[in-house]
Design a protein. Structure first.
Ligand code: PMP
Length: 399
């Protein structure tokens, strides 16, 4: 690969593949929001993709005990044996899926898990089908590895998901894997057991792997909470994390589930890439599946549901287009009202500057229709949400 000669001071230019990695637009917005806050403005943050709730007390206590006991050395690359067992046990108890610890590898977040799966599976030049809109890191990490993301526009007709039917129409030679997220970021849409089975069958028929990002698992509202792992482990990789449902974003801990053979390969990759995931975090996460913790998480899930049930009709009332009810995660992906002329980037910038409400522009999640869409994260309580709706309403009146 030729290196561009755009270095001003004569030093060696950085790799083109690395320089091609795009930043999140939302980070620029967040920085501006913080600037405005520092200047005394009140900002309501609906742009942030993490729960506002603190890590549940039993997990914090287990983490503190681990630190007090000096449990700060490396763990095995695949994670603490007890934690791999606890994760496998969780699948058995909650989803009726029979897995062993040998099917689980603990990673530094779903981000680390994604790197491991992509690295284990893909040769340079392999194509990977992903929906547009979807979580931006898939594209960036794939390109970094020399693989080729094949973005397929998905709209309201398939609930913004890559369904088997949509994937089949878009299939092209060289597709080696397909990535879906359920519940999804930025749309909150959920794939049911049937849709997952159809995708898996299509992938197997075409000799491709199915990668399912289940990082928002557990955060579903009035629809069944399912896992793709019910389909078996053939050519299937499931990514998950303690970040969202378990409220542990900053602890940097996730996992991947796959066949024993793939876990063994990812174990070697993990040794070389990360050595292991964070040790105190792994000890803390052992408390994540305790009944006391699960009760706290259930009350939070209900709080998210109440917020969604408030924000969804309120935004529709203001003219935002949210055709299907998003059944999971904590996001609403909304089309701009017809009468708004500016694109979503200009809209979110003005919304922040003029009324102090921060939301994410569609541009962070793809190209197709991005200019007409926004993502609202209902990671704030009902009072700030109501205040945000009022501010947006007054902003819309002035348009
Ligand atoms: N996948 C999706 C769909 C996400 O939204 C995120 C975080 N926003 C991640 C993966 C990565 O999460 P983490 O590394 O914190 O587990």
């Amino acid at each position: 690969m030729s290196r561009g000669r755009d270095s001003l001071d004569g030093s060696v230019p950085l790799a083109a593949r690395a320089r091609a990695v795009q930043p999140f637009h939302v980070m620029r917005l967040l920085a501006r929001a913080h600037e405005l806050e520092a200047a005394g403005r009140s900002i309501i943050h609906l742009e942030v993709g993490e729960p506002d709730f603190a890590t549940p007390e039993p997990i914090l206590a287990a983490g503190q005990r681990a630190l007090a006991a000096g449990l700060t050395h490396y763990t095995p690359a695949a994670g603490l044996a007890e934690l791999r067992r606890a994760i496998a046990g969780h699948y058995g108890r909650r989803y009726g899926v029979d897995l062993g610890p040998e099917h689980i590898l603990v990673a530094p977040g779903a981000s680390g898990a994604l790197q491991l799966v992509f690295s284990a599976l893909l040769e340079p030049g392999d194509r990977v089908m992903i929906g547009d809109p979807s979580y931006p890191c898939y594209r960036q990490v794939l390109r970094l590895l020399g693989a080729e993301p094949l973005s397929v526009p998905v709209g309201a007709d398939s609930d913004f998901q890559l369904t088997a039917e949509r994937a089949e129409r878009a299939w092209s030679p060289g597709v080696r894997a397909l990535v879906v997220a359920s519940p999804a970021n930025p749309t909150g849409s959920v794939l049911d057991a049937r849709a997952l089975a159809d995708l898996h069958a299509l992938c197997r028929e075409r000799g491709a792997a199915l990668i399912v990002d289940e990082i928002y698992q557990g955060l579903v509202y009035r629809v069944p909470d399912v896992t793709a792992l019910a389909l078996g482990l053939d050519d299937l990789y499931v990514i998950n994390s303690f970040s969202k449902y378990f409220g542990m974003t900053g602890w940097r801990l996730g996992w991947v589930a796959g066949s024993v053979e793939s876990i063994q390969v990812m174990d070697r990759l993990s040794q070389n890439l990360f050595i292991a995931a964070n040790t105190p975090a792994q000890h803390a996460a052992l408390a994540a599946f305790e009944p006391e913790t699960l009760a706290i998480l259930e009350s939070r899930r209900l709080a998210f549901e109440t917020r969604r049930d408030f924000l969804l009709p309120a935004l529709r009332e203001l003219g935002f287009r949210i055709p299907n009810r998003p059944d999971g995660a904590f996001y609403l992906y909304a089309g701009l009202p017809e009468r708004v002329r500016e694109d979503s980037m200009a809209f979110v910038t003005r919304l922040l500057e003029e009324v102090g409400v921060a939301v994410t522009p569609g541009h962070d999640f793809g190209d197709h229709a991005a200019g007409r869409h926004l993502r609202f994260a209902y990671t704030r309580d009902l009072d700030p949400l109501a205040e945000a709706v009022e501010r947006i309403a007054s902003f819309m009146e002035r348009l």
